[in-house]
Structure formats: structure tokens, C-alpha cells
Design a protein around this ligand. Structure first.
Ligand SMILES: Nc1ncnc2c1ncn2[C@@H]1O[C@H](COP(=O)(O)OP(=O)(O)OP(=O)(O)O)[C@@H](O)[C@H]1O
Length: 295
């Protein structure tokens, strides 16, 4: 039976009694083995959502059910490590803090990419090198759920590509569920199979990547036929001369004589939603395959 690894219900967090909501009305389910992309602009609420799932903050409202603390690893943007410890000592600490479940091989494979003497102190590492050590600690814990807040932000493109490959191979081998926030959309396509788009503290898109993408079409046709678009849920329209391009969620057949129809790329889909904050949200429940749920 497929297990739910995260179940969020009306989750919200407000900073201070008079502060604004960093996250609100957040409901979704994520099943075991998913690799979930968490995307959204600066200040959208991505880190807030990750810290709530990691139980590093208490929600102001709503609930989240997730993996127990010992089966969960979180790597935040600030990557807290002990600067005075060496790389080898840091990994030894990981082993001692996780008796019975520490996967030394997985941790060492991530650190090996550094090509550094394991006796090097953490304080002498660059930001990107520290990222690798933090990820090694997280993977060594052999978590059922791995929460990563912009894990690749300070890595150069080659290191990012390699580390992402190593991370995904490890997750696939062990069936680890991963939730990863990122601003680099191209980094996520082809790697993630689930999508959460957060914007203004609310979930705008949620569900298995293929189903979310399959629910959208990019239509191009004459401006004169614009009224026909009303038959569908329109996310965004853009006009160039006498042509109009629309990102829609079709609610019926599209006339192929008038409209050229293509599937949008992940980037086109996300950018259209971000440019159109008033577009209705869209959510597919991860446990009820193919069922659209009120977002
Ligand atoms: N400690 C805090 N006190 C007050 N407001 C906060 C605090 N931390 C975050 N916020 C606010 O909560 C909102 C969500 O922030 P969050 O860090 O979750 O966004 P994010 O999507 O992770 O952004 P980024 O992509 O820039 O990392 C923002 O409006 C932010 O200003």
C-alpha cells in the first residue's frame, strides 16, 4: 500500500500577533518516494513550509502529519555545521547521533566529490563545500523524508549537476521522499515528479508533475477568436500583433482549426502562473490519482 509521507491540512504560520501570514490554507498530501519541487518567488513561503514540515516551527493554524524526527532530515539555507570540526569529525558526529541507522557509504560518496583532505576544518570550506558536507550529514541519516531548502544555490553549475545526480540516485535507490525548494527551474525539470508552487503564502499549483502539466495547454491563435477562450480556465493571455497566446486549463475540446495547441514546458507553466497572481489555483490529490481537488 502506498504511504502518505506528508499530509498538511489548512496549515498556516503567522509571524507575531500582528504580523502577516507567511503561509496560509496550505493543504496537500505527498506519497512515499516522491521527489517534490517546491517553487515560488522570494518571500513566497517555501522556507516556512519546509520548517513547519521539519517541525522546527509550530503552525499558527492547521496540522501537518509527517515522518517521525529520526526518519526526517532537513538542510536549511544556513546549513548549520560546527566550524571547528573537521570533515571527518563531522561525519563521525553524524554516526554517533544516528546510532543503528547511519549510512557511512552514502555520506562519504557525497563528501568524496569535494576532493579535500577529510582533516580540513569546516571553517576553511567555501559555501558550496559546506553544502556538500551538510548534504552528506543529511543523507547519512538515511532519512525516509529529506527536506532541502535551496540545496544547490551556492554550487557552481558542474558541481550542481553532479551533486543533483548523486542525490537523486541515492533517493531512487532507497525510495527516499524528497522535497526540494529551488529558483532554478531547469534544475527541477526531469528530476522532480511532484510540484508545489507557492506564491504569496498560498499554494497555487499542487500535484503529480505529469498530471499538473497535462491539465494545461498553450494555445496560439488569432486575436479575433479571443472570446472562444472563455470556454476554458484561462491562466494568462499575451498578445503579439494579431496573435494571442493563452495558457489555459481546457474544460472541453479546443478547435484545432483555429488554435495551435502545445503542452507547456514546466518553465512556461510556472512563469505564466507567477505573472498572473489572480489565476485560480489547481490541485491534484497525490493519493487519489487524477482527482482534481479544490485548492
Ligand atoms: N522571522 C520572521 N519574522 C517575520 N516575518 C518573516 C520571518 N521569516 C519570514 N518572514 C516572512 O514570511 C514570508 C515567507 O518567507 P519565507 O522565508 O518562507 O519565503 P521563501 O519562499 O522561502 O523565500 P526565498 O525564496 O526568498 O527564500 C515572507 O514575507 C517573509 O518576509
Amino acid at each position: 500500500m502506498t504511504e502518505t509521507v506528508i499530509e498538511a491540512e489548512g496549515l498556516g504560520l503567522r509571524h507575531g500577533r500582528r504580523g502577516g501570514w507567511a503561509l496560509r490554507d496550505c493543504s496537500f498530501r505527498l506519497r512515499e518516494g516522491r521527489v517534490c519541487a517546491l517553487v515560488g518567488p522570494n518571500g513566497a513561503g517555501k522556507s516556512t513550509l519546509l520548517t513547519l514540515v521539519a517541525r522546527l516551527a509550530l503552525p499558527t493554524e492547521g496540522t501537518v502529519r509527517t515522518a517521525p524526527p529520526e526518519a526526517l532530515a532537513y538542510v536549511g539555507q544556513d546549513k548549520p555545521l560546527y566550524p571547528q570540526l573537521t570533515i571527518a569529525e563531522t561525519l563521525r558526529m553524524g554516526r554517533e547521533l544516528n546510532p543503528g541507522r547511519w549510512d557511512a557509504g552514502a555520506a562519504e560518496r557525497i563528501v568524496e566529490g569535494l576532493e579535500l583532505d577529510p582533516r580540513t576544518r569546516v571553517r576553511a570550506l567555501s559555501g558550496g563545500q559546506r553544502t556538500r558536507v551538510a548534504l552528506a550529514l543529511a543523507l547519512g541519516k538515511r532519512p525516509a523524508l529529506l527536506l532541502l531548502d535551496e540545496p544547490m544555490a551556492d554550487l557552481d553549475p558542474l558541481a550542481r549537476h553532479r551533486l543533483m545526480g548523486a542525490l537523486m540516485a541515492d533517493a531512487a535507490e532507497h525510495g527516499t521522499t524528497v522535497v526540494m525548494s529551488s529558483h532554478i527551474l531547469t534544475e527541477l525539470e526531469g528530476v522532480c515528479d511532484h510540484l508545489l508552487l507557492v506564491d504569496g503564502g498560498r499554494i497555487r499549483l499542487s500535484g503529480p508533475m505529469d498530471q499538473v502539466q497535462a491539465a494545461h495547454r498553450l494555445l496560439t491563435g488569432p486575436v479575433a477568436a479571443r472570446a472562444e477562450l472563455a470556454a476554458h480556465t484561462v491562466v494568462e493571455t499575451r498578445t503579439t500583433g494579431r496573435r494571442i497566446t493563452a495558457l489555459v486549463r481546457p474544460r472541453g475540446p479546443v478547435d484545432g482549426r483555429t488554435w495551435e495547441t502545445v503542452h507547456p514546458s514546466l518553465e512556461e507553466l510556472l512563469l505564466a502562473h507567477l505573472r498572473s497572481p489572480d489565476a485560480p489555483p489547481f490541485a491534484v490529490d497525490d493519493l487519489l490519482a487524477g482527482t482534481e481537488v479544490p485548492a
